[in-house]
Design a protein around this ligand. Structure first.
Ligand SMILES: [Zn+2]
Length: 213
């Protein structure tokens, strides 16, 4: 029996450092919990921010708690285009050399030097799920989605394993729209190439040059 993975859509959101939060909302402000998220300990906050780039802006962008060491803005490729910021695909936390933006809160404003990313699609899983799916932390896998008339195989999906994770694949709004995301979509890991890390790009190049595996 294959591991059925719930697929959740992450809309644009912001993780903030405490230092930046105090500039944006005042030194007395506290992160205000409004809603629990699927990953244990993560929550949506009441506070909202305006994210501005050279070409456009988004207002009322949700902040997710708790605080992180560095402020990070997660957007889709479509969002990045509207902001006028290059789309840089990264794993959460890996923000060195990424574009910045302007963040505007109720109390202050920050010119963020770096930290705007398009999150690399990923699966959160607990160690027991990794055992069942025969994968380990850092593996890159393919996931085939359930969908009506528009099923899709995602490549370059990173597996992230931690005892604090609950099984879920996270995609952004562009990716969810691409497979016509219905209620409670799920996906299954495809073990192509004997489960070795293998990029779709390499596969495509091989197929085009006549190599079939
Ligand atoms: Zn995630």
């Amino acid at each position: 029996m294959r591991l059925k993975i719930p697929i959740e859509t992450s809309a644009r959101h912001i993780h903030v450092s405490q230092k930046d939060f105090e500039i944006l909302f005042g030194s007395e402000a506290k992160l205000t919990y409004t809603k629990e998220l699927s990953q244990p300990g993560q929550y949506a906050c009441q506070q909202r921010l305006t994210v501005a780039g050279p070409k456009g802006r988004f207002e009322h962008v949700v902040i997710l708690g708790p605080f992180r060491p560095d402020t990070q803005v997660e957007v889709s490729v479509t969002d990045a285009r509207k902001l006028g910021i290059p789309s840089v695909i990264r794993q959460s936390g890996d923000i060195e050399g990424t574009p910045g933006c302007t963040l505007i809160g109720s109390c202050g404003k920050i010119e963020l030097k770096q930290g705007v990313i398009v999150a690399k699609r990923h699966i959160h899983m607990a160690p027991i799920d990794a055992l069942r799916a025969h994968v380990k932390d850092g593996d890159i896998v393919f996931v085939i989605t359930t969908s009506y008339e528009r099923s899709l195989i995602f490549s370059d999906v990173v597996v992230r394993v931690s005892p604090s994770f609950r099984l879920a694949m996270h995609v952004d709004t562009d990716e969810a729209n691409a497979f016509a995301n219905e209620n409670n979509p799920t996906g299954v890991i495809l073990k192509l190439f004997d489960g070795h890390t293998y990029s779709l790009q390499t596969w495509a190049e091989e197929l085009q040059s006549g190599i079939n595996r």
